[in-house]
Design a protein around this ligand. Structure first.
Ligand code: HEC
Length: 131
């Protein structure tokens, strides 16, 4: 059912943009679409942020590379607000000693809000919901 609610506004937008080709509303519509899709799902947004950063150099979702598989991280920690902020700090500051002696590099350019979305995505990988 959720699907239908999502499709209806898309169809309305598609129809209205056909009817008004001559004005310049189409780029605005893209911005509106983008905003609503990401704001509604921080985990999906976190997945995109992880995919767009350097995380995949060292982390695979299910296999150990230089760093632990993100699914293993999800199994180790409960999906709580406290662990979201703890892992977000670790993503920003880097660190070592929890999974072995290989250090994780710091990511000072990532904001706390983005790091928390990344942490939520990682913690969701074992199927657990935030509680
Ligand atoms: C240079 C390699 C490298 C990169 C790049 C990297 N990591 Fe890591 N990551 C590691 C290693 C190594 C560890 C284990 C650190 C430890 O043992 O404390 C780790 C641990 C983690 C943990 C678990 C932390 C804990 O305390 O249990 C999370 C979550 C994580 N990384 C997320 C990310 C995200 C998200 C990114 C991208 C922004 C990223 N990592 C980029 C190497 C990396």
């Amino acid at each position: 059912m959720k699907y239908i609610f999502f499709l209806v506004p898309v169809l309305v937008l598609a129809l209205s943009s056909c009817g008004s080709k001559k004005d310049t509303t189409s780029s605005e519509e893209f911005v509106v679409n983008d905003g609503s899709a990401t704001a509604s799902d921080p985990i999906a947004e976190g997945e995109k942020l992880v995919a767009g950063s350097d995380c995949k150099t060292c982390h695979h979702s299910v296999n150990k590379l230089i760093g632990p598989a993100h699914t293993e991280v999800a199994k180790k920690y409960e999906f709580t607000a406290a662990n979201v902020s703890m892992l977000a700090q670790k993503i920003i500051q880097g660190g070592q000693g929890v999974w072995g002696q290989i250090p994780m590099t710091a990511h000072p350019d990532i904001t706390v809000a983005d790091a928390e979305k990344m942490a939520r995505y990682v913690l969701s990988l074992d199927g657990e919901k935030e509680h």
